[in-house]
Design a protein around this ligand. Structure first.
Ligand code: SF4
Length: 329
């Protein structure tokens, strides 16, 4: 049976006047119903462009150069724009960082919710659309939802606006929600409330969830599975608990060391030295080699593949990791 979502060997490029540059290479992961996956890495790692590619919304000059994005077996890289419009915002929804960029300030919340629903279901009556909008506001725990439907975005706090965005994302009963840094603009207490809400909804609605974030602590608190990205590649993936407790790739180790006190029991904040390379300046060999405390000669010439680490469920792309060798015996 097909996975809910399977991304296979995804290559995204940007066509520049000086030639194409590669934004992601060989990115592969799957999501099943009710599963929560964290795509984590610093800015420029390729995680957001991967998320946007799933809903075929990479801004030009970006394009999917190779690979497959299979939603319940249908390859989204091969379908027409019309077919994709029926999937985007309907079967797969996206939540963005800043609610004020997503909400229209001059329309009531009720109008924005019903318009979204009617755009995907033109035959639905306004009464039915309003009832569904009300039900979704209740699902995201908005108090007095009848009254709130008549209000404008500026009448809500930041946390409440993000709940509205989630209610809009839910309005068509999607099967997958992709959230790009959904809580970065919120304070820490509200962040935790919103992530708890998303977690609860994934479980009750049996939705797949992809959380795109630079914040490993948020991924650790919400997701079951994790893919760590660096310079357009997945450098480590596995069960979130395994990766956080026993990271294999030096980049993941650096991210964990950089967690603030309390997030992983560390009492120091250690930033990873150096910067993520730009797309036009990816080093030869392992892209992490200029920042890696364990760099060897081979790392400067050869690129490590993502391998199954011996004795673990984790995969990592580092020459220091020993590969599990599977035999047929
Ligand atoms: Fe560091 Fe080499 Fe491993 Fe890359 S392959 S992470 S440079 S040890």
């Amino acid at each position: 049976m097909s996975s809910l979502l399977e991304v296979k060997d995804l290559v995204i490029k940007f066509g520049l006047r000086t030639g194409d540059v590669t934004a992601t290479t060989g990115v592969s992961f799957t999501i099943e119903k009710g599963e929560k996956l964290g795509l984590v890495g610093e800015s420029g790692a390729g995680k957001s462009v991967t998320g946007f590619s799933i809903i075929v919304l990479i801004s030009k000059p970006g394009y999917v150069a190779d690979g497959h994005i299979l939603f319940k077996g249908t390859d989204l890289t091969k379908i027409s724009s019309e077919e994709m419009r029926n999937i985007r915002g309907n079967r797969i929804s996206m939540i963005f960082q800043d609610p004020m960029m997503t909400l229209n300030p001059v329309l009531t919340i009720g109008t924005q919710m019903t318009e979204t629903l009617l755009a995907h279901n033109p035959k639905m009556s306004m009464k039915e659309a309003s009832e569904i909008a009300l039900e979704k506001l209740r699902k995201v725990h908005i108090p007095s939802p009848e009254k709130r439907l008549e209000q404008y975005p500026h009448e809500f706090s930041g946390g409440m606006r993000q709940r509205i965005i989630i209610a809009i994302a839910l309005i068509t009963d999607p099967e997958i929600i992709i959230a790009d840094e959904p809580t970065t603009a919120l304070d820490v207490t509200i962040q935790a409330e919103i992530m708890d809400l998303i977690s609860e909804l994934c479980e009750t609605e049996d939705m797949g969830f992809i959380l795109i974030t630079h914040d490993l602590a948020v991924v650790a608190s919400v997701t079951e599975n994790i893919a760590v990205m660096y310079a357009g590649r997945i450098v480590e993936k596995g069960r979130t608990r395994d990766v956080i407790d026993n990271p294999q790739h030096p980049y993941t180790k650096g991210l964990i060391k950089a967690l603030p006190e309390g997030a992983k029991g560390s009492n120091r904040l250690n930033q990873i030295k150096g910067m993520m390379p730009t797309l036009t300046n990816i080093p030869d060999g392992c892209a992490f080699n200029p920042r890696c405390p364990y760099v060897m000669d081979i790392c400067k010439t050869d690129e490590p593949s993502l391998i199954q680490v011996k004795g673990m469920d984790t995969q990592a792309a580092c020459f220091l990791c020993k590969e599990e060798v599977f035999t047929n015996e």
